[in-house]
Design a protein around this ligand. Structure first.
Ligand SMILES: [Zn+2]
Length: 106
């Protein structure tokens, strides 16, 4: 996907910010604090997945998105290969599937 330098920056900043928030939540969780809003973090995963596993999975997704951004391979659907499009990426910079593939995954 072709991104302008500005779009690239917007996505990178959003990913780094989210990654920072998640790392902070994870360390508070591991320190035994109650951390709110974990339920809405990220869909999918295995049933009974622990909150810290969910956080680690989301962090790994962010890292992968940042790596893809650096490598220039960012923005394609892992399911069907379609370009995800700016509207979806701006909303979900860590998205790795288009809406229909994500829906098919459940
Ligand atoms: Zn797809």
């Amino acid at each position: 996907m072709d991104l302008s330098a500005e779009q690239h920056e917007v996505l990178k900043r959003a990913l780094l910010k989210k990654g920072g928030e998640l790392a902070d939540k994870l360390s508070r969780l591991l320190a035994g604090e109650r951390v709110a809003d974990l339920g809405a973090l990220l869909g999918g995963g295995t049933p009974g997945e622990r909150p810290e596993e969910k956080l680690r999975r989301f962090l790994a997704r962010i890292d992968a998105a940042l790596a893809a951004l650096r490598a220039g391979s960012y923005g394609g659907c892992e399911g069907c290969g379609v370009a995800l499009g700016w509207a979806r990426l701006e909303q979900l910079p860590w998205a790795d599937r288009c809406a229909s593939c994500a829906a098919a995954l459940g």
